[in-house]
Design a binder for this molecule. Sequence first.
Ligand code: DQA
Length: 140
Amino acid sequence: MKILIVNGPNLNLLGSRQPQIYGNESMEQYLDFLKECFKDVEIEYFQSNHEGDIIDELHRVGYDNEEYQGIILNAGAYTHTSLAIADAIAAIKLPVVEVHISNVAAREPIRHTSLITPVCRGVIAGFGMDSYRLAIESLV
Ligand code: DQA
């Protein structure tokens, strides 16, 4: 079983970016932990700061590709702005689980709107990095 985790803009800075909100752990450190938790799952990771690259990756993995079970997507700020990413999720066949490290509903009003929630299988937000583990649980 194979799962792809996609992180959007600024999430390459996890571990050093606003640690009071996003914690002190880098994604690379956390991925090691995830791989320990899910020994039977092949976990692939993709990060980009560019909207089009994220869309290309969703197409590559989610369309006519039998290899993967699902995609876990933290679209970062594109969550709140990108109709193009929402369209890509709607276009692909694989389930996409929306993830946020912080509880976006408890933050600034602009973060309360997600353009991608309606086309995702579900949303996990507010559990810190553990949101990613809970999202994988929902797919396995
Ligand atoms: C985030 C929340 C977004 O509002 C923000 O733009 C991010 C990270 C989260 O994981 O909490 O970059 O998706």
